[in-house]
Design a protein around this ligand. Structure first.
Ligand SMILES: Cc1ncc(COP(=O)(O)O)c(C=O)c1O
Length: 392
């Protein structure tokens, strides 16, 4: 069988490999504590589940959905944006429901990029920006994210010819994996840069609702000029513990929304309508569950930071997102340190290098693990004597 070249270019998706290793360890009797994937352990709130149960009985919901979703869903999405960010959206032209943000992010590349084109892709980053670019036959120009810049890209360091050639820039704040946040001024600089170079600016805001110590992320659509050149990708996954139900949205520039709709209409058949009803319930119902989740994650964040600090690691306290991004001890590579944690104390973390070459030297710990598991994992971390690195 001859497969496509793009398959050869694909590294295994990091969490597929990690899931395999966890399953293997557990089958061998190990008591594995995982700080791996960012997948909320807290159940979907009951009113959202009740809506699913009722919606599942309605025969109209058993049929093909429309690609652009129910009009009531688009209105609920626009309502949520207005309520949360004060951003006014036309539900019929500026909102497109997605089968999760991941789907929209992957497909967005096909709207803007042809073979040989260039996309500006941050590193470290959620892998789908680069993979979507590759699927479109285009090239990623890496924008390294450094701690010294607050994990924001250095726009001035992008060569002028690359800037002129680029058709897309990806940004993601609050950021996965670094947990960094962006200000309106940061968004404003990126908007000006993309406008001057005729680049579509695609912002992934999947973690906007997880903020700590009074921090609340803004939407990039609140910033002047954004809707002329940009889209924001959002997800109900992390906000309402709905990773398993697969629903998100793209919002912003109407022409760009139309292009994404055009791609999707030819590839997928929309979100199951009962799940669309769940999203309506989530977006328009009481929002207490969001603050409750954040309080739980905050306890876990503080506990994990305490354990890592006791281990001697210098960790920045995240103001947002579900992750703690920690430097590995001197002399270690990310993957080697992650492998040591798994081998010695049955702890799963994600090596920073899974998010790109500039993630090397870090590990990411997800806070989507039940409290008692977090406590157990932290106790193991605190009492572990870090062995010298290979060759160290
Ligand atoms: C930065 C970022 N964007 C998007 C997603 C995917 O969200 P969804 O579950 O809506 O596909 C994730 C999931 O981990 C993510 O980390």
């Amino acid at each position: 069988m001859k497969f496509s070249e793009r398959l050869d270019k694909l590294a295994p998706y990091p969490f597929v490999e990690i899931s395999r290793i966890i399953a293997e360890k557990r089958a061998a009797g190990a008591d594995v504590v995982t700080f791996g994937i960012g997948d909320p352990d807290i159940p979907t709130p009951q009113p959202i589940i009740d809506r699913l149960l009722a919606a599942s009985e309605v025969p109209a919901n058993h049929r093909y959905p429309e690609t652009d979703g129910l009009p009531e869903l688009r209105r609920a999405m626009a309502y949520w944006y207005q309520n949360r960010f004060g951003v006014k959206l036309d539900p019929d032209t500026e909102v497109l429901p997605l089968i999760g943000a991941k789907e929209g992010i992957g497909h967005a590349a096909l709207c803007f990029l042809d073979p040989g084109d260039v996309a500006l892709v941050p590193d470290p980053a959620y892998p789908v920006y680069g993979v979507g670019t590759m699927f479109a036959g285009a090239e990623s120009h890496v924008m390294p994210l450094y701690q010294k810049n607050g994990w924001l890209p250095e726009l001035d360091s992008i060569p002028a010819d690359v800037a002129r050639a680029a058709k897309v820039m990806w940004l993601n704040y609050p950021n996965n994996p670094t947990s960094a946040v962006a200000t309106d001024e940061d968004f404003s600089s990126a908007i000006a840069y993309c406008r001057d170079n005729e680049i579509a600016l695609l912002h992934d805001a999947a973690y906007s609702e997880v903020g700590y110590d009074g921090y609340r992320a803004g939407s990039f659509l609140q910033v002047a000029g954004s809707s002329e050149i940009g889209l924001e990708f959002h997800s109900l996954s992390k906000t309402y513990n709905m990773t398993g139900w697969r629903i998100g949205m793209a919002v912003g520039n109407a022409e760009m929304i139309k292009a994404l709709f055009q791609i999707k209409a030819n590839l997928d058949s929309g979100i199951p309508q009962a799940v669309q009803e769940m999203a309506m319930e989530a977006l328009t119902g009481p929002q207490d569950c969001v603050a409750e989740n954040v309080a739980t994650y905050k306890w876990r964040r503080d506990r994990v930071i305490q354990a890592l600090t006791k281990m001697g690691l210098q960790v920045e306290v995240p103001r947002a997102s579900l992750y703690v991004w920690a430097p590995v001890p001197e002399g270690y590579k990310s993957a080697e340190f992650a492998a040591r944690l798994l081998e010695d104390i049955d702890i799963v973390v994600t090596p920073g290098s899974s998010y790109g070459q500039y993630g090397e030297g870090y590990i990411r710990l997800s806070l989507t693990t039940p409290n008692e598991q977090v406590e157990k994992g932290c106790q193991r971390l605190e009492t572990w004597r870090i062995p010298p690195p290979n060759g160290g």
